[in-house]
Ligand binder design. Structure first.
Ligand code: UDP
Ligand code: MG
Length: 339
């Protein structure tokens, strides 16, 4: 029997961007953990435009192991777009994502799968003894609190990518055409039953984090703008309150001026200026925020493909065949039409 033709039960999706030094141990540990599971599986790596030899290593691995598929994107599109490219090729009923840098131990996958089989749509994870810098931890804490407040969905850790999704949730995510997505939050908007389990977390051993300060800011804006219009509402309400206060203050100042004379009003000018500067600052923040939304709307209106697949190795569909090429063209066309 050709093993490739059997539909696997579990699909594991791992985005890779310049992770040369982690790849060998990652592959070994993943295969060991997954082969110990009673379920059949496929291991999908997406190379997100690496330039350090990761591509070649993944191509090799896909040739050697029949469970491994390597999807090579033609350039760097970002972690979440890469995962989407992987999702589009998954065949399993259960889909697990994790990072390639071994911060998420592959040995936890069977536990995630077992929890999913209890009937959940999404299983998130909470990082026990999180091994990241204080700055990253504070950033995550702020993000998690904001998401909880804005969505009312109570998951305590959205930052950890070691997560499991059911087939319908992944299919629903694949139908979302917006470019700026933050997958864990997107998944929750389609999930009925969700839960979280505690997993261990390791420090990054090789290479460095792919998220610079600016990329983190972009990611966090993606997260906020993709899930809620709440900040825009705060702007409207805040603006109204500020305008009313300004109007009230103007009346009071005019009244007092009549009462105390113009001498007094001259002294009050600075108070007015202070208030004015505050409001001008607030307006800039507000404009920036509106700009974040408008920029994303612009991206979505242009509806460029989220990623472009150069080659797929190790899949039952051979990427070099005309059918597969058509599939890629088809996918981008569908996206254009859908947006
Ligand atoms: N990654 C990616 N494309 C990118 C940035 C990151 O595929 O543009 C992958 C990276 O290889 C890793 C995962 O996403 O597998 C998480 O990245 P990283 O460990 O740098 O993030 P952190 O743990 O610092 O949040
Ligand atoms: Mg990491």
């Amino acid at each position: 029997m050709n093993v490739d033709l059997v539909t696997p039960e579990v699909s594991v999706v791992i985005p890779v961007f310049n992770e040369r030094d982690s790849l060998s141990p990652l592959l070994e540990r993943c295969l060991a953990a997954l082969r110990n599971m009673p379920s059949s599986f496929e291991l999908i790596f997406i190379d997100d435009g690496s330039r350090d030899g990761s591509r070649e290593m993944l191509t090799d691995a896909a040739g050697k192991h029949h469970e491994v598929v390597a999807i090579l994107l033609n350039r760097n599109y970002g972690q979440h777009a890469a995962i989407m490219a992987g999702f589009a090729k998954t065949r399993g009923d259960l889909i697990v994502t994790l990072d390639a840098d071994l911060q998420n131990p592959p040995e936890e996958i069977p536990r995630l799968v077992a929890t999913m089989k209890e009937g959940y749509d999404v299983v998130g994870t909470i990082r026990k003894d999180r091994a990241d810098s204080a700055f990253r931890r504070i950033a995550s804490w702020t993000v998690n609190r904001t998401v909880q407040m804005a969505t009312g969905v109570l998951m305590s850790d959205y930052g950890c990518m070691l997560r499991a999704y059911s087939r319908p949730v992944v299919d629903a995510m694949l139908q979302c055409h917006e470019r700026s997505t933050f997958l864990p939050v997107l998944a929750n908007s389609f999930a009925g039953q969700t839960t979280e389990i505690e997993v261990t977390h390791a420090a990054r051993e090789a290479g460095e984090s792919k998220y610079s300060f600016w990329r983190l800011i972009t990611l966090n804006f993606d997260l906020v703008t993709s899930m809620t219009k709440f900040p825009l509402r705060i702007l409207t309400v805040g603006g109204t309150v500020a305008a009313l206060c300004g109007f009230g203050a103007a009346i009071v100042l005019m009244g007092l001026r009549l009462f105390y004379g113009s001498e007094w009003a001259g002294g009050g000018v600075f108070t007015v200026f202070a208030g004015l500067f505050f409001l001008i600052g607030a307006i800039f923040v507000a404009l920036g925020l509106v700009g974040e939304y408008v920029g994303r709307i612009y991206d979505d209106v242009r509806a460029r493909p989220r990623y472009f697949i150069e080659e797929i190795i190790g899949s039952s569909e051979n990427s070099n065949s005309p059918a597969a090429t058509k599939d890629v063209a088809h996918a981008s066309l569908a996206r254009t039409e859908g947006a």
